[in-house]
Design a binder for this molecule. Structure first.
Ligand code: AMP
Ligand code: ZN
Length: 470
């Protein structure tokens, strides 16, 4: 099956063909470690995790690099305010980041290079740019990239530089420069930087943010590599500037496929630190939501669609997962080995084909989830009519285990391990049979019996759901 991805560079869907057959090299812009990441940031990292897992699902071997931005205006500002050394300050948030991604079941990348560990590589790249006429030192001592010299500047974001007036707000890491759009490659030290600086051919200072990703991607993935991703706000200026630096320095194409995810919103506005409208994963977990639930919520909407966050949606994601848990348990209780009319193999195959087609179509998680719901519906029908044997049930459970190679949220085995006592299960099955026969008097009576034993039963589109009463 062809894997199709939407390439921001061409603004079109393209078949993914890696440079090296069977291998995908992936660079994902990582966190700035000056605070806890919020779940808007995690939307981006979960999208990248879904991409990574999808590449693996389709047989590619993945080599993923995610940078840790442990030096920039914000890390310096906040470490000074905390009266801490930069490295001690950022250590705490690096650790928190790894704890959080584990809770969200985000697979680890192959490399997490930190910017402060790669200053020589960045200096080297700026020297190359200088030698090729793509860097100049300004009066303030900083070194800038002359955007006007790079003819293809704007090809990713499609920004029209000729119509960018001086003074127009372009979010660069700003300082004095020849052209308003020129961006800093190397920033001269000033008193706000305290004891944070490195020596360079241009004097004491520190690298600009963009050069970090150009230098580190080159070190770990080479001059040209397959896929580069980030949130949509990274497209300009960050990624545009990375292209300019890398292509000007190396004289070859930087990245073949650019993928960007849309924002997580709150009341229609981007979730961000600066607006103060954010939730960290920790806040939500304190409110009683699980990492699995939040993963499901963030992964369940296509990455190129905006997603408006609400606590209600979080609750809903939890209900959906509980529904699946109950369904898996129901399947695990099928006793007889085989049953007449067992169509499990056929519907499992059909669902797998739908699932794979959805994911291959630019990571269409909605289609993939529709396949999961289709399988649940069909299997429930068979369970209700007694036409599913345990071999068939196992086949269906295995199909969900397979879906979890990408979703990592169904948790078939944990659900089954959370046992519901057989006598309750038996009553549930009998109640379901009564309902199917439209014998509502018996089904109500059975509900009462279940309740008397301390369990409640609800009817959901995925089938009956039981919870233990507290
Ligand atoms: P930062 O730490 O600000 O560099 O952001 C890390 C990643 O999170 C980048 O890929 C951003 O594009 C992404 N990001 C930031 N805010 C949001 C949001 N509200 N929704 C989705 N992605 C976001
Ligand atoms: Zn980056």
């Amino acid at each position: 099956m062809k894997l199709i991805l939407f390439n921001t560079l061409s603004r079109s869907e393209e078949e993914f063909v890696p440079l090296k057959e069977g291998r995908a090299a992936l660079y994902t812009c990582g966190p700035t470690v000056y605070n806890f990441a919020h779940i808007g940031n995690f939307r981006a990292y979960i999208f990248e995790d879904i991409l990574r897992r999808t590449l693996k699902y389709f047989g590619f071997e993945v080599f993923q690099v995610m940078n840790l931005t442990d030096i920039d205006d914000k890390t310096i500002r906040d470490s000074m305010a905390a009266g801490m050394k930069l490295a001690d300050y950022t250590r705490k948030y690096k650790d928190a980041f790894f704890e959080d991604i584990a809770k969200l079941r985000i697979e680890k990348a192959e490399a997490y290079p930190a910017a402060t560990g790669h200053i020589p590589e960045m200096i080297n790249m700026v020297r190359t740019l200088e030698a090729k006429g793509f860097a100049y030192k300004a009066d303030d001592g900083s070194v800038y990239f002359p955007v006007a010299k790079f003819a293809e500047y704007g090809k990713l974001s499609r920004i029209d530089m000729e119509h960018q007036k001086a003074g127009a707000r372009i979010k660069t890491d700003e300082y004095s420069k020849d052209n308003v759009a020129d961006f800093a490659l190397w920033k001269a030290w000033d008193e706000k930087d305290g004891d944070v600086f490195w020596d360079s051919p241009w004097g004491r200072g520190r690298p600009g943010w963009h050069i970090e990703c150009s230098a580190m991607s080159m070190k770990y993935l080479g001059r040209t590599f397959d896929i580069h991703t980030g949130g949509i706000d990274n497209m300009f200026p960050h990624h545009e500037d990375e292209i300019a630096q890398s292509e000007a320095a190396n004289g070859c194409k930087f990245v073949n496929y650019w993928l960007h995810c849309e924002h997580l919103l709150v009341n229609g506005q981007k979730m961000s630190k600066s607006l103060g409208n954010f939730h960290t994963l920790r806040d939500l977990m304190e409110k009683g939501f699980s990492g699995r639930q939040i993963r499901m919520l963030l992964a369940g909407t296509h990455y190129r669609k905006k997603l408006n966050f609400t606590l209600d949606l979080c609750e809903k994601a939890g209900k959906t997962l509980q529904g699946f848990d109950d369904f898996f348990r129901r399947l695990s209780h099928v006793q007889k080995r085989s049953a007449a009319g067992d169509d499990a193999a056929k519907i499992a195959k059909e669902a797998t084909a739908k699932f794979a087609a959805g994911m291959a179509s630019d990571l269409n998680v909605s289609e993939a989830m529709a396949a999961a719901h289709f399988l649940t519906r069909e299997a429930n029908k068979m369970l209700d009519s007694g036409s599913l044997g345990s071999d068939g049930a196992k086949r269906i459970l295995d199909t969900f285990r397979d879906f979890d190679r990408i979703f990592a949220a169904f948790d078939v085995d944990q659900a089954i391990a959370l046992e519901i006592p057989p006598e309750i299960m038996n009553l549930i099955e009998r109640r379901q049979a009564a309902r199917n026969n439209k014998d509502f008097a018996s089904s109500d009576k059975l509900r009462g019996e279940i309740k008397a034993l301390g369990w409640t039963v609800e009817d959901t589109p995925q089938g009956p759901r039981v919870v233990r009463e507290n």
